[in-house]
Design a protein around this ligand. Structure first.
Ligand code: MG
Length: 305
């Protein structure tokens, strides 16, 4: 079972580091500047992406499954104890609606954006525990949607999160010592997507990679907003362009504009789950804020602790 633990640690720690280092890339925009900053810093601080991944892992461990009420409560409690993690406006709005009107998190989430719900990347950014814990479940799509819709109830918001979860689950099940099965991986994700927006974007990721498109051009074509169909696909592109290297995947994801912390979190969740914790530079792991707690959650999710 050691290999599964390595992959769970890689997914959870990888995603947190992608978030923390991606956040730095808003200020340090070349690999050289970023690397010298990473050398100088004593601590790598993560943002809302990881704060919410932690909440999702905590809730799954408490309930042994996905429970929307417990998940919503956990997210709210964690937000209230650390409101300065760079949350977007959606989750705090939902928390106050639930508090004020006593409705469910799902109903509150559905009420946003004129009753459409959010299609931002906030459900996909945090979904690594779902992809890990349910990596062999035939209900992965439904589990991902349950985890998403307490804050992101738009069908595209849920679909983007589900495809990100599936990418993590596939990565867990692959042996990194073998040749990476590019076509099988991307075609599985294309089949898994249910919304037109996500399916077409994942097809475009495949085409851009087959044509060996430069990352900056790919980012431009895929989109650079916080909508999940404009950010998750570029994270996927970054992993698939560099499946053999955690570091190359990270720098590709965060140095081509867009929502850098979340791109880092999503790309590195997949890379870490594929390559395992050994692929991540030790010096970065040691500097990650709250590292031992995140490691503990990963081990407990894997059933090895
Ligand atoms: Mg963030």
């Amino acid at each position: 079972m050691w290999e599964l633990k390595e992959k769970y640690l890689g997914g959870m720690i990888g995603s947190a580091l992608g978030d923390a280092i991606g956040e730095l890339a808003f200020r340090y925009r070349s690999e050289d500047d970023l690397r010298s900053q990473l050398d100088q810093l004593n601590e790598l601080r993560y943002t809302d992406d990881t704060a919410m991944s932690i909440g999702l892992a905590e809730s799954i461990l408490t309930k042994g499954d996905l429970d929307q009420k417990d998940l919503g409560e956990t997210f709210r409690k964690n937000f209230l104890s650390e409101p300065g993690r760079g949350y977007a406006s959606g989750p705090p709005t939902i928390f106050s609606i639930v508090e004020r009107y006593g409705i469910t998190y799902l109903d509150a989430a559905k009420s946003l954006f004129g009753g459409e719900g959010s299609l931002g990347n906030g459900a996909a950014m945090r979904i690594v525990p779902v992809g890990l814990f349910f990596h062999n479940s035939s209900n992965l799509y439904e589990k991902a949607c349950l985890s998403a819709s307490v804050t992101h109830a738009h069908p595209v918001g849920m679909d983007g999160a589900a495809v990100q979860a599936k990418a993590v689950a596939l990565a867990v099940n692959l042996d990194p010592r073998h040749v990476f099965p590019f076509m099988g991986f991307i075609d599985t994700l294309i089949d898994f997507a249910r919304s037109h927006e996500i399916k077409e974007k994942v097809k475009l990721v495949k085409q851009l990679l087959l044509e060996n498109t430069a990352p900056s051009l790919a980012a431009e074509q895929l989109g650079r907003t916080v909508a999940v169909h404009e950010s998750m696909p570029f994270a996927l592109f970054s992993f698939l362009r560099h499946p053999e290297s955690f570091e190359d995947c990270l720098f590709c994801a965060i140095l081509n504009g867009g929502d850098r912390d979340t791109l880092g979190a999503m790309a590195c969740a997949i890379s870490g789950a594929y390559l395992g914790i050994e692929s991540i530079p030790q010096v970065w792991i040691r500097k990650l804020e709250n590292r031992s707690y995140i490691e503990d959650l990963a081990k407990r999710l894997s059933g090895t602790k």
